[in-house]
Write a protein that binds this ligand. Sequence first.
Ligand SMILES: [Zn+2]
Ligand SMILES: [Zn+2]
Length: 221
Amino acid sequence: MPHLFQCQGCNQSLNWNETPLCLSCRNHFVLAPALCPFCGGLNCDQQKCSQPWSQHPAIRSYTAQYLAVGNCHQLLRKWKSSGGPSFDRIVFKSYTPPESVDAIVPIPQRLKRSFELGRSPAHAIANALSRDLKLPVVTAIRIRKRSLQRQALLRLQQRIETPQYFEPISEKLPSLGESVVLVDDFMTSGHTLRRAADVLNFHGISRIHVFCLGLRPKIGS
Ligand SMILES: [Zn+2]
Ligand SMILES: [Zn+2]
């Protein structure tokens, strides 16, 4: 008899009550340790941040749910490309921001990428947090139109001189309060998140808590 159910992680056949992941895939998830609240790094101690140049004036904390390494990284990528509601339920753990916040803001995704994936992973994470924390998801920023194709072509120096990679969704940002959770799927250096934080901060959000699903450790850290 053919097996109707397959593990979404490794494709081996499953009993219905194990879907969507087999036991061994479930054991691949690696929870992330607490991150440095100043730079989002893994290797700073409580007293001293080793990358003070990465600090952002409005970002007050960084949280990653998982360390995206090895099999865990592969599983999170599978979730990103094919996660449905039952996969979501396994992947999302609860998150409590360090202070009360007013809204949840997902990092925007290129339209082309949304089309390829059929959804926006950052939005899926934001929606899960929203149900948990009973807070609104606000689409406050978008990728700056002119930067869409040019970003890849620009040389590094020019990119550094192009300060605003994101822009507000409209001239006046929707009302967000003063404190938000900024959400993305994966974080490596945190550069993208900090550029998004620049725009929010410029429009009056003074306290930002970063939440991402997976931290990809930088090479050498
Ligand atoms: Zn599996
Ligand atoms: Zn640090």
